[in-house]
Write a protein that binds this ligand. Structure first.
Ligand code: GDP
Ligand code: MN
Length: 388
């Protein structure tokens, strides 16, 4: 779960890290007012959940408030990394003497947090790692010890940071580590952390990715964060107790049980189809869960059909069927849905579904084949329509 730059900066500021502080605007007028409030040069920065905004023209300097309005207008019309820009952050521009990279993330091989820093900040750290791996310093953190002072000084020395800046650098790295631990983040990154004209260290950019699986421990985040396009569904899935992972295919899957969900995806692929997601609705299949799951699946307009595969054990098939019928009445479904229902009270369940618009399948193989046929037929129709 990614935070926007302005949200990440707020979090860093709460932990005592100096950030360039600005305000968010949604239109030219707003940007103009903020800029005139600051006076002087301001940066106009696209707020999207994607990096590389600078390269995409989403980070620009404005000389005055008129200029700020014009540039904000341009940036608000951009699409960066697949995201429409809906907000811009307007901040006083900082005169930069040096750009540093500083981050904390999980090292999956060593199974611990790692502090990463580089004197070659501002640019993509992946590029630095590839072209000049020597310019990246790392310190691995023992979780029960926490980040130690000497480790940060090691890193400061390795990236040739002038020693007069070390105390401040240590304070920032420590605060960053706290932010990482307290918020269950998987990465906290400042790129660039800059040395300004007064020789102070300031976070000019901020990136925070939270561990979605730990969100139940972060009620404040869960409630108060503006999750932005494409992320609300993750929150909704958590709320309903669903495990959902979006994929690239056209066949949406709604399954009870993680193993069965994997099996369903395998069978779809085996017969030449592509699953659009992994979705385990867990035990029980009441109306709220099924309706919520359908809504989440259908948000993705690449989904051309949905395959519902339910194994009735403790959850009885008739119960599931009632849940499905109720959910279908509640959710706006415009695509075909194939259902395979098996297990306890199967016959009654199927009888309930007979009069519905759902396409019933006898087996998982049958269901997968039907779903794949539907996708293919749709594809042909599309081509037919566009060919004249
Ligand atoms: P990103 O491209 O998405 O990583 O966006 P950043 O916020 O990191 O901005 C990209 C680059 O713009 C930075 O690396 C800086 O070089 C430059 N930049 C951003 N803010 C300022 C600023 O206040 N003053 C100056 N001089 N440059 C800035
Ligand atoms: Mn950056």
């Amino acid at each position: 779960m990614k935070l926007y730059e302005y949200q990440a900066k707020k979090l860093f500021a709460q932990n005592g890290i100096s950030v360039s502080e600005g305000y968010v605007a949604v239109d030219e007028e707003g940007a103009k007012n903020i800029a005139s409030g600051f006076g002087g040069d301001v940066m106009i920065k696209a707020q999207v959940l994607s990096g590389g905004r600078g390269k995409a023209g989403g980070v620009k300097l404005a000389r005055n408030s008129e200029d700020a309005a014009m540039i904000a207008g341009e940036i608000l019309r951009l699409e960066i990394g697949g995201y429409k820009v809906r907000n811009v952050l307007v901040e006083p521009a900082i005169v930069i003497k040096k750009e540093i990279y500083l981050a904390i993330t999980n090292d999956r091989e060593r199974k611990c947090p790692v502090l990463i820093a580089s004197g070659a900040g501002g640019i993509d750290i992946e590029d630095v790692a590839e072209q000049e791996p020597d310019k990246i310093a790392r310190e691995y953190v023992k979780p029960f010890m926490g980040l130690c002072n000497y480790q940060v000084r090691n890193v400061a020395s390795e990236i040739d940071l002038p020693s007069r800046l070390w105390p401040e650098f240590v304070q920032i790295a420590m605060a960053l580590y706290d932010a990482y631990v307290e918020n269950d983040a998987t990465i906290v990154e400042i790129n660039p952390l800059v040395v300004n004209e007064e020789d102070a260290l300031i976070a000019v950019d901020a990136k925070v990715v939270l561990d979605g699986n730990a969100l139940m421990r972060q009620p404040e985040m869960r409630e108060n964060i503006d999750w932005g396009a494409g992320q609300e569904y993750e929150i909704e899935a958590h709320r309903l107790g669903l495990s959902y992972v979006a994929l690239d295919g056209q066949i949406g899957c709604l399954v009870n049980g993680a193993g069965l969900a994997m099996g369903t995806m395998d069978i779809i692929e085996y017969f030449g189809g592509e699953p659009a997601n992994f979705l385990d609705i867990g035990g029980g299949a009441n109306e709220e869960k099924v309706a919520g799951a359908l809504r989440i699946i259908l948000r993705d307009d690449r989904v051309k059909t949905v395959l519902i595969n339910i194994f009735g054990g403790i959850t009885r098939c008739d119960e599931v069927a009632r849940g499905l019928i109720a959910a279908m009445n509640e959710v706006d479904v415009e695509i075909p849905i194939v259902v395979r229902l098996v297990g306890t009270n199967k016959d009654e369940g199927l009888r309930l579904l007979e009069d519905s618009d759902l396409i019933l399948a006898d087996s998982l193989v049958d269901a997968a084949k039907k779903a794949i046929e539907l996708v293919k037929a749709l594809g042909k129709d599309d081509r037919y329509e566009h060919s004249d």
